[in-house]
Ligand binder design. Structure first.
Ligand SMILES: [Mg+2]
Length: 420
């Protein structure tokens, strides 16, 4: 059996843990730069605030309805997520962390009553240890565990639902929408509706080979999964296939220096992630996008790669490469909206061998790795930006605005809650 553990309204719930006054209030969380609504409490959903809607469109309404508004605080959400996953991994052998707030667990036991008891206990433990409410769905396949979770979240008070027999999931698949099914996107849904396949149950009855021909192997597998035959296994080790860091500027930028500062900030962040996972990379890709709505210029988005002399994880080289790429792409007079860094080739650090055609020797490599380790250590222990490169800039006026960000309660000493 598969179990899907999913935190309810995750970002909102993280805010509520440290601010209990929010418990019964409508709460929303906004995307970077306070642009769009990306998380809503149930009360906010009831008020009709749509997912993804630009905040300025609902700002007045939110004020009138006393909706609590937060900028996204990824330091907090990331740390709370780690706590939840730690609990699961310390208890269960097979865990796949699927997203920031979801994990699939696998059990070889088929004793449903036992598994339900275990699910309830896990749910209670997560609530007690982190303060976060979760919903848990069980099923013989990942797709059915997702279905069970969906129903548990909305309809079951104890937050746990197991679907072990087809007579249990049939009535549910008959009433859910196709879009509620994992792996059915808006495009396939439209096509399925045109073919007269209107419910997940109807999809489960469709001939798999026909679906493979008209759609994809993945959707064919979804059919088997909906019938209770597992096709998707647990990916317990999910290797990160690429690292990307990019953000839109608060307002359009025309100054090369500021763009380089932002680029270097994202490059150092990307390389920090690289080191956390013990990777090196032979190549960095830098992209630069103009403002899509500017009247006087055409929209352009450019990307340039820089190849290092040898695979590296040194942020200093990343900053240097970023500067070179941005200087090449930048055009005076253009106004820019966004800069970003992509690392697409991630190699294990053991693959960082010396190259006979370069003049970098092993001791230099060891020194560079040691320097990065010290830097990460200080930043991890003290504060995220205790030590940084001058290339990243000091004022950083281009940085996004986060007017309503909550404190980093769990990761920053100054933000620690005081109890009198
Ligand atoms: Mg969730």
């Amino acid at each position: 059996m598969f179990m899907l553990v999913d935190c309810n309204n995750f970002y909102v719930s993280c805010e509520r843990v440290f601010n209990p006054k929010l418990q019964d209030r409508p709460v929303i969380v906004l995307s970077n730069n306070d642009g769009c609504v990306i998380a809503r409490s149930n009360q906010a959903k009831k008020l009709g605030i749509a997912m993804g809607i630009p905040y300025f469109k609902v700002a007045k309404f939110c004020q009138a309805k006393k909706v609590a508004v937060f900028s996204s605080n990824y330091m907090l959400y990331g740390d709370m997520s780690r706590r939840v996953m730690d609990i699961l991994q310390s208890e269960i052998e097979h865990v796949e962390i699927y997203s920031i707030d979801e994990a699939f667990l696998y059990f070889s036991s088929k004793n449903i009553a036992d598994l339900i008891t275990q699910a309830k206990r896990l749910r209670q433990k997560i609530l007690q240890w982190t303060g976060l409410p979760t919903s848990i769905g069980l099923g013989p396949t990942k797709t059915l565990a997702k279905v069970a979770n969906n129903v548990a979240k909305k309809e079951i008070k104890e937050g746990v639902l197991a679907l072990s027999e087809s007579n249990e999931w049939r009535p549910i698949l008959e009433r859910l929408a196709l879009s509620d099914i994992w792996g059915v996107g808006p495009r396939s849904m439209k096509k399925l509706l045109e073919l007269g396949i209107k419910t997940p149950w109807a999809l489960a009855q469709a001939p798999p080979s026909f679906i493979r021909k008209r759609f994809s192997v993945t959707l064919e597998r979804t059919i088997y999964e909906l019938k209770g035959t597992p096709c998707f296994q647990l990916d317990s080790i999910q290797p990160n296939k690429q690292i990307m860091v990019s953000r839109a500027f608060r307002k359009p930028i025309t100054n090369l220096q500021e763009i380089i500062e932002a680029g270097c900030c994202y490059a150092t962040q990307a390389f920090e992630k690289l080191r956390q996972q013990n990777f090196v990379t032979p190549r960095i890709q830098v992209f630069l996008t103009t403002h899509p709505f500017s009247l006087n210029a055409e929209f352009s988005s450019k990307i340039i790669s820089y190849i290092f002399q040898m695979p590296t994880q040194d942020s200093r080289l990343a900053c240097k490469a970023t500067r070179i790429c941005l200087e090449k792409m930048f055009k005076t007079g253009e106004s820019y909206k966004k800069v970003g860094i992509m690392l697409t080739e991630l190699l294990d650090i053991t693959q960082q061998t010396e190259d006979i055609f370069t003049n970098i020797d092993g001791s230099e490599m060891a020194k560079s790795n040691a320097l990065m380790t010290v830097m990460d250590h200080i930043n991890h222990k003290m504060d995220k930006n205790m030590v940084f490169f001058a290339a990243q800039g000091i004022q950083r006026s281009w940085q996004g605005c986060q007017q309503w960000r909550s404190p980093c309660y769990t990761t920053r000493w100054e933000d620690l809650m005081l109890v009198y």
